[in-house]
Ligand binder design. Structure first.
Ligand SMILES: C[S@@+](CC[C@H](N)C(=O)[O-])C[C@H]1O[C@@H](n2cnc3c(N)ncnc32)[C@H](O)[C@@H]1O
Length: 287
């Protein structure tokens, strides 16, 4: 793929982006992501969907936490599988972009499924190194590559991507700028898939629980309406919108009972249950 890699000093444009990058660079020993990833080598930085198996809470107490960790990892991998289900028909000759790629779990799953070139971008240099080392260990580094780049300004060639996804990354950026970049990158008829938390326009502005999530992750959760305005403004036409809110609550309930709970479980559960926050999948086609 023709690409103009921005000079490393030009990747972060604002003081805010520098603070987000610093957050993810310092997030190295986070057991909630590392212990789950250690289960099978797929390291995610997103949440899970689907019912958990209640039997993991029963049985010998000395192995209970291991059972919970494995089950939480199954649910987060199920979430990534659902995202990939919505990318449409992908051939080995296609190129995909994982925008805000974290430690690279979803990119590796995409390669396993489609066998095509996958590029991931993240503004954390630590994550780029972690994910590239991992792709090397999996023997797929020639097909799955991670780059220190800004998803608002990737430097990849216009029209070079068959599909682009964001898995819990859009709350860090202006959606109009982001979708303008994706619209540029996608070929005609290409697909964009997003999984995100967004606040509910119907219940009003940010609830206290949503504000606590923003503060915890230094992010800026958008209202649901903003996604559809920004998609429409950038020639991205929704084909599927799925409300995953009810489907993600069991993950949070299980996580609250695990040894890797961080304290943010309560605001998520409150926000979802009171209806001020949704967990959505949006798939849109580039016209
Ligand atoms: C919650 S993590 C999600 C990681 C990954 N998508 C996953 O599902 O495991 C958010 C990611 O967004 C990335 N990010 C935030 N702002 C970004 C930007 N402007 N450009 C590229 N990546 C960004 C962070 O570095 C981090 O990797």
């Amino acid at each position: 793929m023709t690409t103009t890699a921005p000079a490393p000093g030009k990747v972060l444009h604002t003081a805010y982006q520098k603070s987000v990058a610093a957050y993810w660079n310092s997030n190295r020993d986070d057991p909630v992501n590392l212990r789950l990833g250690d289960v099978d080598g797929l390291y995610h930085h997103h949440y899970g969907i689907g019912d958990y198996d209640p039997s993991v809470l029963e049985g010998p107490s000395d192995t209970r936490d291991d059972r919970i960790i494995k089950e939480m990892h199954r649910l987060e991998t199920t979430q990534a599988d659902l995202l990939l289900d919505h990318l449409g028909d992908i051939s080995p000759g296609d190129r995909l972009l994982d925008a805000g790629s974290g430690r690279g779990g979803t990119s590796l799953m995409a390669y396993q499924r489609f066998g095509c070139q996958v590029n991931g971008v993240t503004i954390s240099e630590y994550q780029v190194e972690f994910a590239n080392n991992h792709a090397e260990q999996w023997g797929v580094a020639d097909r799955v590559k991670f780059h220190f780049r800004n998803m608002l300004d990737t430097g990849f060639e216009t029209g070079s991507c068959r599909a682009v996804w964001t898995n819990e990354t859009t709350m860090y950026v202006n959606l109009f700028q982001l979708f303008a970049e994706f619209s540029r990158l996608l070929e005609y008829g290409g697909r964009y898939v997003c999984i995100t938390g967004c606040y509910n326009d119907v219940t009003g502005g940010r609830s206290k629980a949503v504000s606590r999530i923003d503060e915890h992750y230094i992010c800026n959760i958008h209202p649901r309406s903003e996604y559809f305005k920004a998609l429409a403004a950038n020639n991205l036409v929704p084909i599927n919108v799925i409300d995953l809110t009810a489907g993600t609550i069991p993950y949070w309930e299980l996580r609250a009972r695990s040894s890797v709970a961080t304290g943010i479980e309560d605001p998520f559960l409150t926000a979802y249950r009171e209806g001020s926050f949704h967990y959505l999948l949006i798939a849109a086609d580039r016209i």
